[in-house]
Design a protein. Structure first.
Length: 160
C-alpha cells in the first residue's frame, strides 16, 4: 500500500464511529487554526534547513501540512463535495496546463514571453471565477489573526 493511501485510511479511521472523538468533531472551519499553524511550521522547517542543513524538521512539518490537506479532503468526501483524488487531479492538471513549454512542446522566445503566457493561462483559468478574489482580503486578515493565536498558544506572543 502506498503511504498516501495509508494516510487516507488513517484519517478515515480517526473520523469513524470507532475513531477519535476530537478528529470526528472537526470541520473545515474548526481546522483553520491548524492549517495556518502547520504552514508556519513548514516555513520554520525551511529556515532550519537553510541554516543548519538539517531536513528532519522540514520533513515532519511537510507531513503535518499534508495531513491537513488529507483531513480537509476526507471531510469534503464525507460531505459529497470532492475527494483527495480530485484535489490531486486539479493541481496536476493546473501544473500541466501552466507549463505548455514542458508538457506540450510550446516554445517561448524569452522569459518575458513565457511569463506573459503564464499570466494569460491563469487569467483563462479564473474566467467566470473572478469573484473568488473578493474573499482574499478577509482571508488574509483572518490568517493574520490565526497566526497571532498560534503564537500565543506556543508561548511566542512577545516575539516580533
Amino acid at each position: 500500500m502506498a503511504q498516501i493511501d495509508r494516510l487516507k485510511e488513517i484519517v478515515e479511521t480517526l473520523r469513524s464511529e470507532t475513531g477519535c472523538p476530537w478528529d470526528r468533531a472537526q470541520t473545515h472551519t474548526s481546522l483553520k487554526p491548524e492549517v495556518i499553524e502547520e504552514a508556519a511550521e513548514v516555513v520554520s522547517g525551511i529556515n532550519i534547513l537553510e541554516r543548519t542543513n538539517d531536513a528532519e524538521n522540514l520533513k515532519e512539518e511537510l507531513g503535518d501540512l499534508l495531513l491537513q490537506v488529507m483531513f480537509h479532503s476526507v471531510i469534503a468526501e464525507e460531505e459529497g463535495l470532492f475527494t483527495f483524488e480530485d484535489v490531486c487531479q486539479v493541481v496536476a492538471d493546473k501544473m500541466v496546463r501552466r507549463h505548455p513549454h514542458v508538457f506540450s512542446g510550446v516554445s517561448y522566445s524569452s522569459r518575458e514571453e513565457q511569463h506573459a503566457a503564464w499570466e494569460e493561462i491563469k487569467k483563462a483559468e479564473k474566467a467566470g471565477k473572478e469573484w473568488y478574489a473578493d474573499y482574499l482580503p478577509e482571508a488574509f486578515e483572518e490568517a493574520q489573526q490565526l497566526i497571532e493565536q498560534a503564537k500565543a498558544r506556543k508561548g511566542l506572543g512577545g516575539r516580533g
